[in-house]
Design a protein around this ligand. Structure first.
Ligand code: OAD
Ligand code: ZN
Length: 251
């Protein structure tokens, strides 16, 4: 069991609003590659050739195929202990929000009820021309970009590419939840991508106790009230156990 501060125990006992801000590292134990670091996706692939709108217009099939490759990894993966621990926090606190940069859908699959996806969801798609939505598994495994049944337009994944805006309503809701939160856990993110990481800073600014969980220190570490170095699956399982003890509830 990890050692935690008295302050964190106290917060776990009295908190009503809990925020989890997550990044690719939370899914590493599910076998999904992160973006940065030695085995990171951005070391093998070029964001400018794959993750932006011009790239899609230039070579839609290539971009579509790259997302198919990542969808396959995500579908074959399972949520890990970190995703499940977060979902179980809902048993002890009336307001648990997950703000994630991840597009892998694993928080939803683990059972979290309030997931705000800042960068979209790789399982969702929409038509570039008419906006018709195509959700989940609607396309056969294909190497070519599918076209809209309504208008013939190209279909793109509902993810945020470089240079694109974050979904405004989702971001506004995340800001609101950040401001309300009593504890903000910042999990598995290198904390370098804005505006997303701004949510964690906002939580701190509005009085949340900020707890970072990562296998290494990050740019957020100096702002965090407490940092746990280790795998998020293990550390969040321990913190869930402490939350349970503090709340004296039977699982
Ligand atoms: P990164 O790949 O930048 O960072 C992953 C973080 O997870 C690193 O800080 C690792 O140390 C940490 N990590 C790895 N394994 C871990 C484990 N088992 N437990 C805990 N931490 C672990 O991923 P993000 O911060 O999510 O944006 O990247 C942010 C955004 O950059 C992504 O959403 C994506 C990317 O470009 C878009 O696609 C718009
Ligand atoms: Zn269409």
């Amino acid at each position: 069991m990890i050692e935690v501060s008295k302050e964190l125990l106290n917060r776990l006992k009295h908190a009503e609003h809990i925020l989890f801000f997550t990044g690719a590292g939370i899914s590493a134990e599910s076998g999904i590659p992160t973006f940065r670091g030695e085995d990171g996706l951005w070391n093998k692939f070029k964001p400018e050739e794959l993750a932006n709108f011009d790239a899609f217009l230039r070579n839609p099939d290539l971009v579509w195929e790259w997302y198919e490759y990542r969808r396959k990894i995500v579908r074959e993966a399972q949520p890990n202990n970190a995703h499940y621990a977060i979902a179980r926090f809902e048993r002890f606190y009336k307001d648990v929000t997950v703000v994630t940069q991840n597009v892998d859908n694993l928080h939803n699959r683990a059972g979290s009820s309030n997931v705000l996806e800042l960068h979209g969801n790789i399982e969702k798609n929409y038509c570039l021309e008419c906006g018709k939505r195509y959700d989940f598994h609607e396309f056969p495994d294909t190497h070519k970009v599918p076209v809209c049944e309504k208008c013939g337009g190209k279909i793109r994944p509902d993810v945020v590419w470089f240079g694109e805006m974050l979904p405004a309503e989702t971001f506004a809701k995340a800001e609101q939840k950040a401001a309300q939160s009593d504890i903000c856990f910042v999990v598995g993110t290198s904390a370098v991508v804005y505006p997303a990481i701004g949510i964690a800073y906002r939580a701190k600014e509005f009085g949340a106790y900020t707890v970072e969980i990562n296998v290494e220190t990050t740019q957020f570490s100096s702002a965090a009230d407490e940092t746990f170095i280790g795998k998020s699956g293990e550390i969040l399982s321990d913190i869930l156990q402490l939350a349970e003890n503090q709340n004296n509830k039977i699982l």
